[in-house]
Design a protein around this ligand. Structure first.
Ligand code: EPZ
Length: 437
């Protein structure tokens, strides 16, 4: 049954919410449980669709997983895995199965992983993952819709990633912890979610260090033990609600918003005229006192402006005076969602040139990866089909800003990644009518 959200806009968000564990950490940490027989526990687990999908994938290969959504705990018993193959029915649901390759190789000497899914925001190949496994001594073949990996034991090596990919870094890190010898992953991703994964792996008995130049050094060990770990808070959820508070000229305290992990976002928010105050228990975002003005920014890997902060920022900039420019350098196709914002009254034009920053790897390839936003523009309600998770959230903010009713369909994308979204917007004074059709 398809769900829709009906939203009556023209609301200033007001009140407080609490951030939960990061979607882009928790699902990888669920996979890490497979590295040690026994029962591992995750805390601060968000109540989101991606946790549920990943739980089902883990259960399909023999783990027993129990999620107490109210308490935010998840236990995973990985004592008995039933084989090296992730069933084909889990292809296309999210990006997690490929991250199971290392653990399955360690336990069975092979892994069979179906094709990947996830949001449609670019080609999203997995070549860095596959090349990394080959460097670690695995044989990798693609046949019948699945990747087939095999190796008696992975062997430490030096890997230089062509781009600091989050998923490839996590995958190779989880493969290297039980490899024979030492692995260096150079030009690696260093996002806070990856550091959180490294901390979890260290608690299991891994030996991992981080150099200052995007290099992870992992000294393989023979065995790991289960963990009990609290997932770090979601900095995308925090920034998304922050942008919503400012754009609607509201006043919202975001408990659990972590200044350290929002450092770059907060700088851009301040440059755009957004007002906020750091408090002991979170950050208060004061849209009422904000005088929004245009900025020129580009997304990039950590510690740059996250690509997942781009969409909330764009919505906010539709309410800023002047011409803003955003250059997307992580994904080649991450502005598709702006077409619907145009139907709501936003003035956004896309360009294939690298605007507002340095040339990126998409230069001359014809992808519309720069956006020019002219503001401020009043928005009005519309009927919108959500194309991906982060776009979905920005449509919710646009709906809150808009005059009249907005109908959002395809809300499963939002529910995959945002904890109790209807409840949280409701607590901030934006009632959302959920319709099942
Ligand atoms: C993770 O995706 C996140 N997903 C994304 O969040 C996030 O936008 C992205 O990292 C960047 O921060 C999860 O954590 C589940 P990448 P991931 O590998 O790991 C290219 C969300 O909405 N690349 O860092 O898949 C790739 O095409 C999602 O929460 C290759 O070319 O991203 C992209 O252009 C969306 N070959 C760039 O690298 C590879 O083998 C970065 O991708 C791997 C990646």
């Amino acid at each position: 049954m398809a769900r829709k959200y009906l939203i009556e806009g023209g609301v200033r968000l007001h009140g407080e919410i609490t951030i939960r564990g990061a979607k882009n950490a928790v699902t990888k940490e669920m996979v890490a449980a497979m590295l040690a027989p026994g029962v591992s526990t995750l805390r601060n687990v968000p109540d989101i669709g991606d946790v549920d999908i990943t739980r089902r994938v883990l259960e399909s290969i023999g783990c027993r997983a129990v999620h107490d959504a109210a308490a935010g705990t998840l236990t995973i018993d990985a004592s008995n895995l039933n084989g090296p193959e992730v069933p084909a029915e889990y292809s296309g649901l999210n990006r997690i199965p490929i991250l199971m390759a290392g653990a399955l190789i360690h336990r069975f000497g092979k892994a069979v992983i179906p094709m990947m899914g996830g949001c449609d925001i670019g080609a999203r190949p997995v070549d860095f993952h596959l090349q990394g496994f080959e460097r670690l001594g695995a044989t990798v073949e693609y046949r019948d819709g699945a990747y087939h990996f095999s190796a008696d034991r992975l062997v430490g090596t030096r890997i230089t990633l062509p781009f600091p990919s989050v998923g490839a870094t996590e995958n190779l890190m989880m493969a290297a912890v039980l490899a024979r010898g030492t692995t260096e992953i150079r030009n690696a991703a260093v996002e806070p979610e990856i550091v959180d994964l490294a901390l979890l792996l260290q608690s299991m008995g891994a030996i991992i260090s981080q150099e200052t130049d995007r290099t992870w050094i992992i000294q393989g060990v023979d065995a790991l033990t289960p963990f009990d770990h609290r997932v770090l808070n979601d900095r995308i959820e925090a920034a998304s609600f922050a942008a919503a508070a400012i754009a609607t000229r509201g006043d919202v305290l975001i408990r659990g918003a972590d200044q350290l992990h929002l450092l770059t976002f907060l700088n851009w928010l301040r440059r755009a005229g957004g007002e906020f105050a750091i408090q002991a228990d979170g950050i208060r975002f004061r849209g009422k006192d904000s005088h929004l003005k245009s900025v020129a920014a580009e997304t990039g890997v950590h510690p740059g402006l996250m690509t997942d902060w781009q969409q909330p920022l764009v919505i906010l900039l539709t309410q800023a005076s002047g011409m803003s420019v955003i250059h997307e350098t992580v994904y080649e196709n991450r502005f598709g969602y702006t077409e619907a914002l145009g139907r709501m009254g936003a003035n956004i034009q896309l360009f294939s040139e690298c605007l507002g920053g340095s040339d990126c790897r998409f230069r001359h390839l014809g992808h519309k990866h720069s956006a020019v936003i002219l503001g401020p523009t009043p928005l009005h309600g519309a009927e919108i089909e959500i194309p991906d998770l982060r776009a979905g959230f920005s449509y919710m903010v646009a709906a809150a800003l808009a005059k009249g009713r907005t109908t959002l369909s395809g809300v499963r994308y939002i529910e995959r990644g945002y904890d109790r979204i209807v409840e949280k917007f409701g607590a901030l004074g934006l009632p959302i009518q959920v319709v099942e059709e």
